[in-house]
Design a protein around this ligand. Structure first.
Ligand SMILES: C[S@@+](CC[C@H](N)C(=O)[O-])C[C@H]1O[C@@H](n2cnc3c(N)ncnc32)[C@H](O)[C@@H]1O
Ligand code: SF4
Ligand code: SF4
Length: 300
């Protein structure tokens, strides 16, 4: 991260904490809900399968930029399926950088060729060892690992949603992140129980066990892109929700925090670590501030 960006984010954080402001800094644009996979834990794929046009996405970027957002995520559906009149995902990343977003990240299932040097981070979903990942995501593990090996840059971070199927594979994914070329780290979430995937939710006991393992992994210097101090809040879902500093834009609709905001009772069971980490940060939790600083400087 550049020093100037760091100063920008520090000023934003200070203003937010001191004046209890609710301005957003992180925005996600959904490029499409079309997807080539149909993962067991996912409730957002292929609801419309529409690929939103380039002009619309650029307009959405402008709106987010004008709102003060400087960290931009592109998400889906599958982001690498996005294309419009010769424009590709790469053009969107370049456009976002030129517009002035300081960090531009992409979330992907990793099943397509990875050539996206311009992104700050490519969050690539890997949901366990070959067996467990393939149960959740279809027979994709080997293809994904091949794509990672052939990637043109080392800006990949594994993104794992821990659930009833893969809860025992956290150390495996940490080790894989450590030893795999082009992979910087792994970032975890717990399964968020959308109405049709409740059976994959972790119990409190599961969460305690998983958090103990994640803590242990961090102690062993595994490349974990999460904050140790947020784990107790994640176990008990005692972090504040929603996260006012995050917004999502999908097909012109702006939502605070996540596109899941309207699902009754879901926020109390939210498994997204970023919500805990950001809300604790912007509520002025000093330990979180120090840890976030160290973690971002290491991996972004
Ligand atoms: C919806 S996908 C879109 C991007 C891309 N298709 C992918 O799989 O990475 C974004 C992330 O959300 C995660 N996800 C999907 N359903 C979830 C759930 N119920 N709880 C937690 N994470 C979930 C996926 O595992 C993935 O890492
Ligand atoms: S690849 Fe991503 S969007 Fe597609 S089904 Fe899986 S989690 Fe959902
Ligand atoms: S806090 Fe609520 S809106 Fe935000 S990500 Fe979690 S479930 Fe979705």
């Amino acid at each position: 991260m550049k020093i100037s960006d760091f100063i920008y984010f520090s000023k934003f954080g200070l203003k937010t904490v001191l004046f209890k402001k609710k301005d957003p800094i992180l925005g996600t644009i959904i490029l499409t809900d079309k997807c080539n996979l149909s993962c067991k834990h996912c409730s957002v794929n292929n609801l419309t399968a529409v690929i939103y046009p380039y002009a619309q996405i650029v307009e959405e970027m402008k709106i987010l930029y004008d709102m003060g957002i400087r960290i931009l995520f592109f998400c889906g559906g599958e982001t690498f399926l996005w294309a419009d009149n010769g424009k590709t995902l790469r053009d969107l990343v370049i456009e976002a950088k030129e517009m002035g977003f300081l960090i531009v990240n992409v979330v992907t299932n990793g099943t397509y060729k990875i050539d996206l040097t311009e992104a700050d981070l490519i969050l690539l979903s890997l949901d366990g060892d070959r067996e467990r990942h393939n149960i959740i995501r279809g027979d994709t593990f080997d293809k994904i690992m091949e794509n990672i090996n052939n990637a043109t840059s080392d800006n990949i971070c594994f993104y794992m949603a821990v659930n009833q199927i893969n809860k025992d594979t956290i150390p495996f994914v940490c080790n894989l992140a450590k030893k795999t070329k082009n992979v910087r780290a792994v970032s975890f979430n717990f399964h968020t129980p959308y109405p049709n995937t409740k059976e994959l939710e972790l119990s409190r006991e599961d969460k305690v066990n998983c958090c103990n393992i994640i803590r242990d992994m961090i102690k062993q210097k595994m490349p974990v892109f999460n904050l140790k101090s947020a784990l107790p809040y994640i176990i008990d879902n005692s972090f504040p929700t929603p996260c006012y500093q995050c917004v999502v834009m999908e097909n012109g609709k702006l939502s605070v925090c996540g596109r899941c905001i309207d699902i009754d009772g879901l926020c109390e069971r939210c498994g997204y670590f970023f919500v805990a980490e950001y809300t604790l940060l912007f509520n002025g939790n000093i330990k979180i501030m120090m840890e976030m600083l160290a973690t971002y400087l290491k991996y972004v």
